[in-house]
Design a protein around this ligand. Structure first.
Ligand code: NAG
Ligand code: NAG
Ligand code: NAG
Length: 335
């Protein structure tokens, strides 16, 4: 009897232990990691997130715009599209050590600087802070992130220079910096990376293109509307991977006559520069993307406009305001 009792008690005890353990595990999987939760709540307060699901004490892995790694219960993904009042990005974003994707768009409302603490996010592959009103410099630490693949800071009010130290082996592939107020020269280190898409238009970048751009891997390059000067011929060459090259509204000054266009080039805008010489005949072999995919207007070009291939689709406005271009669709050349 007593032994049965003892057995009963010990079974009860182990049952209670089991319950305790399972209860603990329920608590663990029901709540995200506490440091992740506090980092998200700091972001919520600073950015003014109105999303009702972002409630303390609930599992933050289920909050709208948040995803976790199920194995570890750690936050890997944050996409915030806050509405309402303006706010700033807090340094607490650096306290999400498993974060891979961070996107925050406030349609002009977010002010303040990009916190350098983002440089602590060693798992980060995707950082998208476009269409805000962020000011100040680009923190050099974002270019040192060991897993970064996609950086988008477009449509902000960023100032200062592009940080010069960008490791040649960075996994960065997409770099979008257009529509800011960046100044200084384009760092030489950028041309030694494997960046394929680089948009820098509408900034205040000065000086010549870096020499490293001669061997860069760009497929889409947009440097339009900057006061860049000098020779851009180093960007050209039959085997270059460029498909889209947009250089309009700079102060580029070089001879186009002996340029060899990249074989895969589909978009070329050289308008509003100081480019001289003639248009190489090889241009007629390019597979242009459509009637708005070519423009050499407002330069200092001269000579007969090449014909053949897809050249017939372009009207006179892609050639206007040059020194002495002639032939269809402009008036005939004088013999
Ligand atoms: C969770 O993280 C581990 C370690 O980084 C990784 O191996 C695993 O694929 C991740 N799981 C998910 C669902 O992302
Ligand atoms: C470039 O600088 C000029 C002169 O300071 C300024 O007027 C202009 O707004 C700037 N443009 C951009 C895109 O920052
Ligand atoms: C070429 O550029 C000129 C000057 O900016 C513009 O007027 C014209 O519409 C452009 N043409 C095309 C086809 O983009």
């Amino acid at each position: 009897m007593a032994s049965t009792m003892r057995m009963g008690i010990s079974s009860l005890l182990s049952l209670a232990t089991l319950l305790l353990i399972s209860n603990t595990s329920v608590v663990l999987s029901d709540r995200c990691h506490r440091t992740d939760e506090s980092a998200l709540l700091a972001i919520k307060a600073s950015v003014n997130i109105r999303q009702p699901s972002w409630t303390p004490g609930t599992n933050c892995c289920n909050w709208v715009g948040v995803q976790c790694n199920n194995t570890f219960g750690r936050v890997t993904f944050v996409y915030i599209d806050p509405s309402g009042r303006s706010g700033t990005i807090p340094s607490a974003v650096g306290d999400l050590p498993f974060l891979q994707t961070f996107m925050i768009r406030h349609h002009g409302g977010l002010t303040g600087q990009i916190p350098p603490a983002i440089g602590r996010l060693t798992q980060l592959t995707w950082l998208q802070l476009d269409h805000n009103s962020l000011t100040g410099p680009i923190p050099p630490s974002v270019f040192l992130l060991p897993n970064i693949n996609y950086l988008d800071f477009t449509h902000n009010h960023l100032t200062g220079t592009i940080p010069p130290v960008i490791p040649a082996n960075t996994p960065l592939t997409y770099l979008y910096l257009y529509n800011n107020h960046l100044t200084g020269t384009i760092p030489d280190s950028l041309g030694r990376t494997n960046i394929k898409t680089f948009y820098l238009s509408n900034n205040n970048l000065t000086g010549p293109l870096p020499a490293s751009f001669a061997n860069a891997k760009f497929q889409l390059l947009d440097l339009s509307s900057n006061p860049l000067t000098g020779d851009a011929s180093l960007l050209f060459g039959a085997k270059k991977p460029l498909t889209s090259l947009l250089l309009s509204r700079n102060r580029l000054d070089f001879d186009l006559t002996n340029i060899v266009f990249p074989e895969g080039l589909q978009n070329l805008d050289l308008s509003h520069n100081k480019i001289y010489g003639s248009i190489p005949k090889q241009i007629a072999q390019l597979n242009f993307d459509g009637p708005t995919s070519f423009n050499v207007s407002y330069n200092k070009l001269c000579g007969k406009i090449p014909t053949g291939g897809l050249m017939g689709q372009f009207d006179q406005f892609v050639y206007i305001q040059n020194k002495c271009l002639c032939g269809s669709p402009l008036p005939p050349c004088r013999a």
